[in-house]
Design a protein around this ligand. Structure first.
Ligand SMILES: C[S@@+](CC[C@H](N)C(=O)[O-])C[C@H]1O[C@@H](n2cnc3c(N)ncnc32)[C@H](O)[C@@H]1O
Length: 201
């Protein structure tokens, strides 16, 4: 997947298609995170969530990881470099420190992976988490036919514009559970099409 081409257009395409729904989903749990200090923000794209995280949590330092150079540049412009370490890297193979993070954020990122890749990714990221870690996830859900059609259209769009090969949403919930995470909060928009989840371990 290469998001360089769509990176500068990502926000307005999202706004056109989904209004402020995804923005609300990303931010939903920010007021409930308590005293987060070390965050791992994976596949955050243009950095809108990262900027908000830093604004609301003045003690947090974050590691931002994204494959796309253009996305990373946009994120750096938005969120600055004071409290963020930016890495252009593949989250599937990146070396992560053990027992480091008390907050992990993955917004509309799990949908880039098939079930086996997602299992391997979550296993690696889970090893990087401290006891008591919180993991916030935003994702699409395909609970009904209109949602399935919309998600199929999104995969088609990302397949054409970024080369994404994944075509079907994998269910991250049993994978997170199998790594000891417990769902402690969930909220959704648009009849369950888009969810925000807070997981703890
Ligand atoms: C669908 S976009 C979501 C962006 C943002 N999180 C949001 O909420 O809109 C997926 C992002 O994940 C990045 N990405 C995809 N595969 C990746 C990988 N293996 N490692 C790191 N980043 C990846 C893409 O470059 C892109 O910025």
């Amino acid at each position: 997947m290469n998001c360089d081409l769509i990176a500068p257009h990502y926000w307005w395409i999202e706004r056109l298609g989904m209004g402020r729904t995804l923005e609300r989903r990303r931010r939903w749990f920010l007021p409930q995170l308590g005293n987060a200090r070390r965050a791992l923000v994976l596949g955050d794209g243009d950095g809108r969530f990262l900027r908000e995280l830093l604004r609301r949590h003045s003690d947090v330092r974050a590691d931002y990881v994204d494959l796309s150079r253009r996305m990373l540049e946009l994120a750096r412009q938005k969120a600055g470099a004071d409290r963020v370490n930016y890495q252009q890297a593949d989250a599937r193979t990146l070396d992560l420190p053990r027992d480091e993070y008390d907050l992990i954020a993955t917004h509309f990122f799990f949908d880039c992976f098939g079930p086996n890749e997602l299992e391997a990714l979550i296993a690696r990221v889970a090893d990087a988490a401290k006891p008591g870690v919180q993991w916030i996830v935003s994702e699409f859900r395909t609970a009904n036919i209109p949602a399935r059609l919309l998600v199929r259209a999104l995969y088609l769009f990302f397949g054409i514009t970024t080369g994404l090969k994944t075509r079907k949403l994998a269910d991250h919930r049993p994978i997170l559970q199998s790594h000891g995470f417990r769902l402690t909060g969930a909220s959704h928009s648009r009849g369950g099409l888009v969810v925000s989840e807070l997981w703890k371990r």
